[in-house]
Design a protein around this ligand. Sequence first.
Ligand code: ARG
Length: 273
Amino acid sequence: MRRATPRRYLMCPPTHFQVTYRINPWMDPAKPVDRVLAVFQWEELRDRYRALGHTVEVLDPLPELPDMVFAANGATVVGGRVLGARFANPERTEEAPAHLAWFRANGFGDVREPEHVNEGEGDFAVTASWILAGQGFRSSPLAHDEAQVFFGRPVISLELTDPRYYHLDTALAVLDDAGDEIMYYPGAFSPTSRDVLARLFPDALLATAEDAAVLGLNAVSDGRNVLLPRAARGLRDPLRARGFEPVPMDVSELHKAGGSVKCCTQELRPAAR
Ligand code: ARG
């Protein structure tokens, strides 16, 4: 049986959540969102983390930033060091300083304002051996080098080619970061990136197109419990077969902006890990 390790997460409530612009193919400003329901679903996610024994810090939401609920995009924290974000789209630019201010006010000493475009954990995923990094739609490949130098860990660049999977965390999730266990959807990556993934992770759980299309890979694992969108039914048995505990969550409203469980959850990795 797998063992969970306690985590510390940063989340931001969807108080001002809306779909008013379109920066990914999931977003349709003509389609109404139910903000009350979004807040309810977000609170369920937050409470589930806490019930599992994890710490959830809360970042104050700002008006005029309807995507700020996707806290994973605001920074990347590895070994207690914080690499801030620089957003690709002007609609989200102002989220980055809000994250930097939170880290500075909360005792994080090593905080870097980045030089190159990177959308935080949207495009960076941390395993035991590597930092996997997405590019193609949002983060710049130059940000991959910047992260490698800043964190002192090998960064593996991966190219995303399907606009529905515009962030790495829409197509790949780390299941066990004490090791190098991941799940991903090969169809989201260029052929050479698929080869790289197959070589580094020969035992990875491969998701079907159906589970990817409900953002099933936008999942958060604590080493045992894997919180994932409820609609990703096909992933549950393969996860159980590997000793993980799938925890289905209903995040249907946030899906309308192209986000799901992982997008709402930034992990604050402490200095020891
Ligand atoms: N509407 C947001 C955007 O397109 C969704 C971000 C989802 N976050 C994520 N980590 N994939 O930027």
